[in-house]
Design a protein around this ligand. Structure first.
Ligand SMILES: Cc1ncc(COP(=O)(O)O)c(C=O)c1O
Length: 503
């Protein structure tokens, strides 16, 4: 059966965990000792759904076999409001993953529901061959969030499409073909973005596309170089650092030497189309690079005539707290910025922003996207930006993110043989789980699965990532409250205090 995780995992656990895990299997709705904060003036409804057995039949037999669900014993989610979701039995969960970094301003935010229903009653769709003002209003609003030279937008529906377009744009503009990305990165599941990607589990055994090259992921915790002063974060790795204090991070220089090698050995000199990077790796496990890596990589790429592409699909729209876009923390202005996920709070919407000069390279042919920038999508996109501003969600990301990060950092110090690293910025926080602190080998997958399951059974939905699937990813809607952070830390402390490694 493809549904969920292996139910036999409890054979591998210590006796105490076996009891926990067996009781979990038997008692799907066991009550947690922790109580989640309640939303004022909100009463969740109950909904009729198919039961799990019936769902499983369709899921296992008729749905795309790659659609794996994260839990062995999944709740059926029927309702969401702001940072919470409820299952079919009315049980509340704190959504700490936000539908994979997508629910940016909160589930069924009142203002978005109003904007959506209002627009749906007026005009859902017409082609961009016709004139309607929602696309111009949204363009104006979105570009207001960028430095003035980034003044041209292309709308589409997904992050993969946005990155496909960025590759095409970089190639057309530079008249060069070679693209460079990081090992460990993920930029989508379309043919070219799969080729950009650097994680083996997302690659099929078919011939790779020409023109894609990878450089070392500058990971200060697991990588060849790193230390305890590298990251632009409140929490550093526990790794020793030999760098002198100040800006002169040797780890970033060493990783840049790898990029230099790629530039001098595997691509034609001076003929690269572009370099694409996230300012904090998303699917790759929320790896934060040594502070100066991005600015130094930018210089190298520009020297060789390439375009610098910032993938803000996960890091954009204020999530990192200090800035609206991840690249802004690195003192650079990219040539192309791609965005999706949080831009629509769950509505299919994505965009590519670039300069007028670069955009004009597209004029050589016609290029069209049926749904990109349709009235409904643009109305929602505009409302999301207004909500982030009006409700100070970027500031909230910064405040709650700090509190959570510091609390989780303390848990890492308390449980060093399972929590190897805690990292991130704003409400984009990763917890890398290990077998032990010396080898830093990834936690056993069954151990990870049991931890994930326990978080869920205590009311917290968290995410998973990293090349070995050993990183907990926390990216809640940016309306997370201080009380949510408190209960998250209490539950995490409880789970890690009882966790024992698989023998
Ligand atoms: C950084 C990044 N870029 C691109 C994508 C692809 O986006 P989509 O799934 O909307 O195609 C993702 C999706 O997870 C992502 O995390």
């Amino acid at each position: 059966m493809k549904f969920g995780l292996n139910l036999n995992h409890h054979h591998m656990l210590t006796s105490r965990s076996v009891i926990n895990s067996v009781s979990k299997l038997a008692l799907r709705y066991f009550s947690s000792q922790f109580k989640l904060p309640e939303l004022r003036n909100f009463k969740p409804a109950t909904y009729e759904t198919w039961n799990l057995e019936k769902i499983r039949k369709v899921h296992g037999k008729h749905l795309n076999p790659c659609l794996l669900t994260i839990y062995q014993n999944p709740p059926i989610l029927v309702q969401g409001k702001m940072q919470y979701v409820w299952d079919e039995k009315g049980r509340q969960y704190l959504d700490l993953f936000g539908g994979i970094v997508t629910t940016s301003v909160g589930h069924c935010h009142d203002r978005l529901v109003k904007a959506l229903t209002d627009q749906a009653g007026k005009l859902w769709h017409t082609s961009s061959l016709y004139v309607y003002d929602e696309i111009y209003r949204f363009t104006d609003k979105l570009l207001g969030k960028f430095p003035s030279q980034l003044n041209n937008v292309f709308f589409c529906n997904s992050g993969s499409e946005a990155n496909e377009f960025a590759i095409l744009l970089a190639r057309l503009h530079t008249q060069s073909y070679e693209m460079i990305s990081l090992r460990n990165c993920y930029h989508g599941c379309s043919p070219n973005t799969m080729a950009l990607g650097g994680i083996g589990t997302w690659k099929y055994p078919i011939p790779g596309l020409p023109g894609f090259h990878h450089t070392t992921c500058p990971d200060p915790y697991q990588g060849r170089f790193g230390g305890s002063k590298c990251r632009d974060s409140l929490i550093q790795t526990t790794r020793d650092c030999d760098c002198p204090s100040g800006d002169n991070c040797q780890a970033s220089d060493k990783y840049i030497q790898d990029l230099d090698q790629v530039l001098t050995t595997v691509v034609p000199k001076g003929r690269i189309a572009g370099f694409i990077v996230e300012s904090i790796l998303g699917v790759g496990g929320f790896v934060q690079f040594p502070s100066n890596y991005i600015s130094k990589a930018y210089e190298k790429i520009k020297q060789q005539g390439g375009l610098f592409i910032s993938d803000e699909v996960q890091t954009g729209f204020g999530r990192t707290g200090t800035h609206y876009w991840g690249f802004q923390a690195h003192g650079i202005v990219p040539d192309i910025v791609t965005m999706a996920k949080g831009i629509g709070n769950g509505f299919p919407l994505a965009a590519v922003v670039t300069s007028e000069e670069i955009a004009s390279s597209m004029k050589k042919a016609l290029f069209f996207n049926t749904f990109g920038g349709n009235p409904l999508a643009c109305r929602i996109g505009s409302e999301v930006i207004d909500i982030i501003d009006d409700e100070k969600m970027q500031e909230n990301s910064s405040i709650q993110g700090k509190k959570l990060l510091i609390g989780l950092g303390k848990l890492r110090d308390k449980y060093p043989d399972v929590i190897g690293d805690v990292r991130g910025k704003g409400l984009m926080i990763g917890i890398e789980l290990v077998k032990d602190k010396e080898t830093k080998k990834p936690i056993d997958p069954k151990g990870f699965a049991s931890i994930l399951e326990q978080f869920k059974d205590n009311g917290l939905l968290i995410g998973k990532g990293g090349p070995s699937g050993s990183v907990i990813r926390i990216t809640p809607p940016m309306c997370l409250s201080a009380a949510d952070v408190d209960v998250t830390l209490q539950i995490a402390d409880h789970i890690f205090s009882t966790y024992r490694h698989v023998d």
